[in-house]
Design a protein around this ligand. Sequence first.
Ligand code: C5P
Length: 223
Amino acid sequence: QAAPVIAVDGPSGVGKGLVTRYLAKRLGFHRLDSGALYRILALAAHHRHLDLHDAQAVAALAPALDIRFIGETEDDEAILVDGHDWTHEIRKESTGALASIIATAPVVRAALLQRQRDFRVAPGLIADGRDMASIVFTDAVLKIFMDASVDERAQRRLKQLSAKGIGATLAPLREEIRARDERDRNRPIAPLKAVDGAEVVDTTGLSPDAVLAVMEGLLRRYA
Ligand code: C5P
């Protein structure tokens, strides 16, 4: 029997990282940061000066990339790609924007599908993304869809970036988040939206602790 999956989908800056790290630790499950895979592939294509709209060429890079996720918390996390430390570079909002461009192509999504499913190992997986419940792990035992207003997410992202020493200002960040959202929600393939049966959690105005309390409530119902 396949290991259980908890799917956590939602737009950028909504707090999925906090929630999925918490749940993974709480349950002793593995964690998949699927967005990191899209970011890494986009950056690899960018470094090779590929046209990001040339989906075939971008997808063709995927199989050979040696990707290692090291560490479990935000503080000790490291991401190595072909032996190079990309931990910080992939977190830039500019990389998120590149990721959302390549993510609109079916062949790119197909190239990353098995790689994501490979994270499903015992005792279980917390999967963070946009289409975890709708495509990658349709048999997830719990499907959580997180949402929050664009303003709130821009504020949070600003704090998060400055904590990492990455400089940013609110207005352009807000616009980038809005544009990336629009691409993710309106694309024809795997658009960001809550599936039937998803537990929708609107975190606007909620503190991190309050969000985690909501998650505890959901776990009790599914335990
Ligand atoms: O979650 P994160 O912000 O790291 O994702 C970066 C981009 O990758 C998203 O804006 C989205 O376009 C794409 N993505 C996706 N499907 C996923 C995860 C991320 O299309 N499961």
